[in-house]
Design a binder for this molecule. Structure first.
Ligand SMILES: Nc1nc2c(c(=O)[nH]1)N[C@H]1C(S)=C(S)[C@@H](COP(=O)(O)O)O[C@H]1N2
Ligand SMILES: [Mo]
Length: 363
């Protein structure tokens, strides 16, 4: 089939136009500071002296390979796109310019058997992600080299990246080298490695695939407390008594641990990104170097907890709607960097509770 005329996607409301606050955010998302665009995942492309090219290949009648200059003369589209990262920050109405994926693909004449499109990066791990072809076109995917009127910076995917509106940002590939049309799906890097949802619609909060553990395995893990170093993504144990647990280095992304007792637990180096820890006791727990990106900790007791070197990017400590907040005082060990990592409302709350972090000397 030739690349179809893009249909308008159904679920998301119209894209924002830059005035923050005017666009409703998908559930569980918060605005990033207007002057901050976080760098997530790989930081730079693979070092190489080869000139940059973007190949279109796989199930197409006319494979093509574009030098950057050849891309730039294709029909150009400017598009304000809302960015929604799975670690809970959003940046509405970012203005990108480039060539529509539909335009690039129609030049290569996709074959009828092509059902999926895969994007591959010129990056150290040859990062990749894929989408159903029909979705990629309907969502008006853009191949872009310009943001807010400036060349796309290398840390954000320059010289050229994709941006897929209406999907979590992990579906948007930095340092685009190859567009492949496939007769079936192929899980991308984050979808394989982190268990991120393969559809990734932020309006339906599709952050993660179903957990890999069965109910039986979960019960066994809780009984034996054999946590340390294991892959326990999506563990479902709200209210569990896990005091003193050794879960160092454990993969607990997206774990449901609301109201759990994790007092004095050792969670150093654990991955708790997007974990739900609201109302949990983390008294005197050790979370040194833990990943708490996107985790919710409203009502969690963090007195005596050690959070040094932990990443709190996108974490929720305070719920502006209800005024509920984490229990946190000067016995909570926190780096000053936490203030910068947190989203604006969160960091303002923390600065009120812990003025010493604002005033204090850098340790
Ligand atoms: N090549 C490559 N592309 C990538 C990633 C990556 O690690 N490598 N991370 C993805 C994720 S998880 C996000 S949120 C966005 C981040 O883009 P940014 O760093 O420009 O904010 O890029 C996506 N594309
Ligand atoms: Mo992301």
């Amino acid at each position: 089939m030739a690349a179809a005329e893009p249909r308008k996607p159904k679920s998301p409301p119209p894209p924002g136009r830059g005035e923050q606050g005017s666009t409703p955010l998908p559930p569980g998302q918060q605005l990033a500071a207007s002057d901050k665009w976080p760098i997530v995942g790989e930081k730079r492309p693979l070092a190489s002296d080869e000139p940059w090219t973007v190949a279109v290949e796989g199930l197409v009648a006319r494979p093509a390979c574009y030098a950057l200059d050849a891309l730039r003369v294709l029909p150009r589209r400017e598009q304000a796109i809302d960015l929604h990262c799975v670690t809970r920050w959003s940046r509405p109405g970012v203005r990108f310019a480039g060539v529509p994926l539909a335009e690039l693909l129609s030049r290569s004449e996709p074959l009828p058997a092509a059902t999926h499109v895969r994007f591959v990066a010129r990056s150290p791990r040859q990062h990749d992600t894929s989408l159903p072809l029909a979705d990629a076109l309907a969502l008006e995917t853009l191949v872009t080299w310009e943001v807010e009127g400036m060349p796309l910076p290398p840390d954000h995917g320059g010289p050229v990246r994709t941006v897929v509106p209406g999907r979590y940002f992990y579906k948007s590939l930095k340092w685009l080298a190859r567009i492949e049309l496939l007769a079936g799906d192929r899980l991308g890097f984050w979808e394989r490695e982190a268990g991120y949802h393969n559809t990734a619609d932020p309006w339906r909060e599709q952050r993660y695939m179903a957990p890999t553990l069965t109910r039986l395995q979960m019960r066994e893990v809780l009984r034996t407390r054999a946590f340390a170093g294991r892959d326990l993504r999506g563990l479902d144990a709200p209210g569990a008594d896990l005091a003193g647990l050794d879960a160092r280095g454990t993969l607990l992304r997206d774990a449901a641990l609301r109201g759990a007792n994790l007092g004095s637990a050792r969670l150093d180096g654990a991955n708790l990104s997007n974990a739900r820890l609201d109302g949990a006791s983390l008294r005197d727990a050790s979370l040194v170097g833990a990943d708490l990106e996107g985790a919710s900790l409203v009502g969690a007791d963090l007195r005596g907890a050690d959070l040094r070197g932990a990443s709190l990017f996108g974490a929720t400590l305070f719920d502006p709607a209800s005024g509920a907040a984490a229990i946190l005082d000067t016995t909570t060990h926190l780096d000053r960097a936490a203030l910068d990592q947190l989203l604006p409302e969160q960091s303002q709350w923390l600065a009120r509770v812990r003025p010493d972090l604002v005033a204090g000397e850098t340790p």
